[in-house]
Design a protein around this ligand. Structure first.
Ligand SMILES: Cc1cc2nc3c(=O)[nH]c(=O)nc-3n(C[C@H](O)[C@H](O)[C@H](O)COP(=O)(O)OP(=O)(O)OC[C@H]3O[C@@H](n4cnc5c(N)ncnc54)[C@H](O)[C@@H]3O)c2cc1C
Length: 368
């Protein structure tokens, strides 16, 4: 089989790119696991915030919002984000406000009383105030992934699951690869392999970028009180967070534990740390959990994604789409569309460029 573009990785990165490419090129998505979104994509906290991460991330988040909400059946529902400054973190409110207000003018500073009015379980003596981002969203990750996959398939994209790419060779007619038990050739490879991005590059004879996967564990618990109208509550120094999840609450210590690419398993000590931190700051007395899981958040050396052709090492036709870190779901519409634009004609789409995103900011050459 021959295609214009083979995308390696059937997570949110690969499928968002496929959705925007498929109308304009012949595309195949190749996923090692039997199901799409099995790794980081299926294990996220499903939050859209425009007040998280480096400025480029926040610009991509702003440019992505419309994909989730401007449709008949929205893929995200309103869930304000409440950043809680700890009692001894007195500069946090001003620091966060100054950092985020220029791009998100709707954010508000809150007094300790306003914080506890929104999240009554926060101990008043444990907070010095907060920031409220009214425009946060609770995302339907399965719906978003399905939306991208459906758009791609409707434009003729093939999606192979259970087909790990195990061998890649550059030859005069393009990239030959072994995917599961199939052979195929592509003019261009898109490396959307998440934590395995450097391994896929090495397989293709391309120098790795220096990606680091970090494990984050999460759990759910019964709060013992109604939590349905809480915002997403996150410690301003990202020491813990919690989010209403049906009758339960999702919690995490928000840790970053370096780990080799793998099927991540929850870390008992990290789960205990999350419980301890939440118990310290709230009236919740979590003693048992309902469920637990972990996933890998993969970062480039500057903690912003890489999207662009590799220009070193004679890697013609090798395109990186990696390093989505902890923001890959809520940046996926803008990053997928931008990757497709950069792949096909080297341009950032107007609806993303409008937010100040340029090809240079994303170019993997910055790590060489
Ligand atoms: C606990 C947690 C909470 C998070 N919360 C949020 C949040 O609230 N909001 C947000 O936006 N983001 C969040 N994230 C981050 C988000 O989940 C990731 O940024 C995103 O899922 C990365 O997507 P990806 O497609 O790059 O990677 P992945 O989903 O890991 O997909 C990569 C795919 O490539 C495949 N692959 C690898 N090698 C090969 C090969 N050789 N052949 C074929 N296939 C291959 C893998 O099987 C995998 O399916 C969170 C992550 C975690 C772990």
């Amino acid at each position: 089989m021959r295609v214009d573009i083979a995308i390696i990785g059937g997570g949110i990165a690969g499928l968002s790119c496929a959705a925007y490419l498929a109308p304009r090129a012949s595309v195949i998505v190749i996923e090692a696991e039997p199901t799409l979104g099995y790794h980081a994509t299926g294990r996220s906290a499903a939050i859209h915030t425009e007040c998280y991460g480096a400025e480029l991330i926040r610009r991509l988040s702003l440019a992505s919002r419309s994909y989730f909400v401007d449709r008949d059946e929205p893929l995200g529902t309103p869930l304000p984000v409440l950043f809680v400054a700890a009692h001894d973190n007195t500069d946090a409110v001003e620091n966060l406000y100054n950092a985020y207000h220029p791009l998100v003018p709707t954010i508000q500073r809150l007094s300790p009383e306003e914080v506890t009015a929104l999240a009554p379980v926060i101990l008043p003596r444990m907070t010095s105030g907060g920031i409220l981002e009214p425009g946060g969203l609770n995302l339907d990750v399965h719906g978003i992934l399905t939306s991208f996959a459906t758009t791609a398939r409707n434009h003729g994209c093939r999606i192979l699951t259970g087909s790990r790419v195990s061998e890649i060779t550059r030859n005069p007619s393009g990239w030959w690869m072994r995917a599961g038990d199939r052979d195929l050739t592509a003019g261009t490879i898109v490396n959307a392999a998440g934590p395995w991005g450097d391994a896929v590059a090495t397989m293709a004879g391309i120098e790795p970028l220096g990606l680091t996967p970090f494990k984050r564990s999460a759990f759910t618990f019964d709060p013992g009180v109604p939590a349905g109208d809480w915002p997403f509550v996150v410690d301003a120094a990202e020491q813990w967070y919690m989010k209403p999840e049906g009758p339960h609450v999702l919690g995490s210590a928000a840790s970053e534990i370096p780990q080799a690419p793998s099927d991540a398993r929850p870390d008992e000590i990290d789960i205990a740390l999350g419980i301890e931190r939440i118990n310290e700051s709230t009236t919740l007395a979590i003693r048992s959990i309902k469920s637990q899981w972990a996933g890998l958040r993969t970062f480039t050396p500057d903690r912003t994604p890489a999207a662009g052709y590799d220009e070193e090492g004679g890697g013609g036709g090798f395109f990186w789409l990696v390093g989505q870190g902890g923001y890959g779901i809520h940046t996926s519409p803008a990053l997928g569309a931008t990757a497709a634009g950069l792949l096909l004609d080297g341009s950032v789409p107007e609806n993303v460029a409008r937010y100040g995103v340029t090809a240079e900011m994303l170019h993997p050459g910055r790590f060489r």
